[in-house]
Design a protein around this ligand. Structure first.
Ligand SMILES: O=P(O)(O)OC[C@H]1O[C@H](OP(=O)(O)OP(=O)(O)O)[C@H](O)[C@@H]1O
Ligand code: HPA
Ligand SMILES: [Mg+2]
Length: 190
């Protein structure tokens, strides 16, 4: 029987130039980050804040890779819309369901590109009086950063190219691709 991952891969194959971070690399790194964070937090119970929609796959896998009791919250923000570059204007589409005052907040993000989304979000969360705010991001583009963001945990530094998969979209497509891949420019130049 063909696995769901294999089916998704073959459906999108002609749109992907190359794999940037493979399924195996994501799995191994997520386990490493989970262990490291558990060691760093010790007795402190993190409140994971996943940033919808991009972080949904990483959040689901990461939450199960942290050998600590965690709680899950989600925020939805959008700065990209249907474009491949950030508008710089961040909108809250869905806010947290609970009060984070006194909590150890760990923001879970799929990617830091310009840094605009996270720098805005960290300021927004810090204003709610949490005990701490840290960030774990699966991907970061060091050459694209426009505003500095203090990120404690990063999975992979990647080149400054538009990638899709594992939660990351182009025009709401490819989020279900099981790896992170480089989208052929011909797809967004269509
Ligand atoms: O560092 P930046 O340049 O701000 O880019 C990173 C952000 O952009 C993407 O979200 P997007 O706004 O596209 O929403 P989505 O997660 O729903 O795709 C991504 O998921 C990050 O949240
Ligand atoms: O490279 C990217 N791909 C998809 N979504 C994104 N949001 C910021 N950067 C990216
Ligand atoms: Mg997006």
């Amino acid at each position: 029987m063909t696995s769901a991952g294999a089916r998704t891969t073959s459906l999108y194959e002609s749109d992907i130039e190359r794999v940037v971070v493979s399924e195996d690399e994501i799995r191994v790194k997520t386990a490493e980050l989970g262990k490291q964070i558990a060691a760093d937090y010790g007795e402190r119970e993190p409140l994971l804040v996943g940033v919808l929609k991009g972080a949904v796959m990483f959040m689901a896998d990461f939450a199960r890779a942290v050998p600590l009791p965690t709680q899950l919250e989600f925020m939805a923000v959008s700065s990209y819309g249907a474009s491949t570059s950030s508008s710089g204007v961040v909108r809250i589409l869905k806010d947290l369901d609970s009060d984070i005052a006194g909590r150890h907040v760990l923001v879970v993000e799929d990617i830091i590109d310009s840094g605009l989304t996270l720098s805005w979000l960290c300021r927004n969360l810090a204003a709610r009086n949490p005990a701490s705010v840290e960030v774990v991001a699966l991907l970061r583009k060091p050459d694209a950063i426009k505003v500095p963001v203090d990120v404690r945990y990063v999975g992979f530094d990647i080149p400054n190219e538009f990638v899709v998969g594992y939660g990351l979209d182009y025009n709401e497509r490819y989020r279900d691709l099981p790896y992170v891949g480089l989208l052929k420019p011909s797809v967004y130049e269509r």
